[in-house]
Design a protein around this ligand. Structure first.
Ligand SMILES: Cc1ncc(COP(=O)(O)O)c(C=O)c1O
Length: 337
């Protein structure tokens, strides 16, 4: 049996919506490695997941919206930061599945009709920018709206933690099984997988690598400071393990995640992330996004410069997408042009 096949069979039993183009490619970035002086860098292209400019949320929504449809929902209520990639991909997915979609987006410094917010509008979903911060207070707004929609006869499903994060972890456990098979085809056995995450993506990578007893260790780069992040990630991973009927359990010691590359705050660029974004575009023709993946790449570059890896070690960089946000940051990104 192919490596990871058992895990893929377990994932296949979860309710799913057919949204993306999977498996996403795993490809080498030789020019980037050369400029940085090693290690071998491969990129897992979740930015090429198909729907609405791609990104890691397509794989996650495969299960979240699969869950919604299985529960008989006809309406999705979602919300996050105003340039949310998750909301953009949810808006597109709802269009594809014929679901109503309501987005409640937290007003912030990027509540401009550009990037993801432009795409949300073009997808024709119901959008309101609200004056509450992204987090638990926004969840209250979402649940209140869901009650109102229920009273109007709709069947709403609210996308919110912890369930949505646990289903996202299922998605990235599946991604690990996919990577295990791709590694086998390529004849490689990576040492590390780096990604921008402090949520379901990293939780799934940790659960998947532990379940398959892989050499590869996940390393997460947080885009935002979350209180109790180890507890959240562990809980999401272990809920995903329960959904999938796995015996594996994740403990805090399995989770490596840094806040060191966030800079001023979520959604504000750092000079290092701008440099990383330009370097990857120039050497590989691949665009990172300014809020998540460029900060993660800045971390990987920093770790390379600190001598963390041998030249022959292999690092997979999981590109989680987010590229439409580039256009909402055109001023910061073009300041030196
Ligand atoms: C481009 C991009 N990368 C990474 C993440 C983080 O994903 P997770 O919430 O699974 O940690 C997000 C989530 O918003 C994202 O949009």
């Amino acid at each position: 049996m192919k490596i990871g096949e058992d895990l893929i069979q377990k994932v296949a039993q979860m309710p799913q919506a057919d949204l993306g183009h999977f498996p996403t490619p795993l490809e080498e970035c030789p020019r980037l490695s050369e400029v940085l002086g090693g290690p071998r860098i491969f990129m897992k292209r979740e930015d090429c997941s198909g729907l609405a400019f791609g990104g890691n949320k397509v794989r996650q929504l495969t299960f979240t919206l699969g869950d919604a449809v299985a529960q008989g929902a006809d309406t999705i209520v979602h919300g996050a930061a105003s340039q949310s990639n998750h909301c953009r991909q949810a808006a597109a997915a709802c269009g594809k599945l014929g679901l109503n979609c309501y987005l409640r987006l937290a007003r912030d410094h990027k509540s401009i009709i550009q990037g993801n917010l432009l795409l949300d509008n073009l997808a024709g979903v119901d959008i309101e920018i609200v004056d509450v911060p992204f987090g638990p207070e926004l969840d209250i707004v979402k649940y209140e709206l869901a009650e109102k929609l229920k009273a109007e006869g709709l069947k709403p499903y609210v996308v919110a933690s912890p369930r949505s994060t646990a289903l996202a972890a299922v998605a990235f456990t599946w991604c690990i099984a996919e990577i295990a098979q791709q590694q086998q085809q390529l004849g490689i056995d990576a040492d590390w997988i780096y990604t921008a995450s402090v949520g379901g993506t990293q939780a799934g990578l940790v659960l998947g690598t532990k379940t398959l007893e892989m050499k590869m260790k996940p390393f997460g780069i947080a885009p935002i400071v979350w209180e109790k992040k180890h507890e959240r990630l562990r809980t999401a991973a272990n809920s995903a393990a329960e959904f999938l009927g796995l015996d594996t359990r994740v403990v805090d010691a399995d989770i490596q995640n840094t806040d060191d590359y966030i800079g001023q705050a979520y959604g504000y660029l750092t000079p290092e992330c701008i440099d990383a974004l330009k370097l990857v575009a120039k050497t590989e023709g691949i665009f990172l996004d300014p809020v998540y993946t460029a900060k993660a790449m800045a971390c990987l570059i920093d770790h390379i410069q600190q001598g963390k890896f041998g030249r022959d070690e292999i690092v997979i960089f999981l590109h989680t997408g987010g590229t439409p946000a580039l256009f909402a940051y055109h001023e910061e990104l073009s300041a030196d042009l």
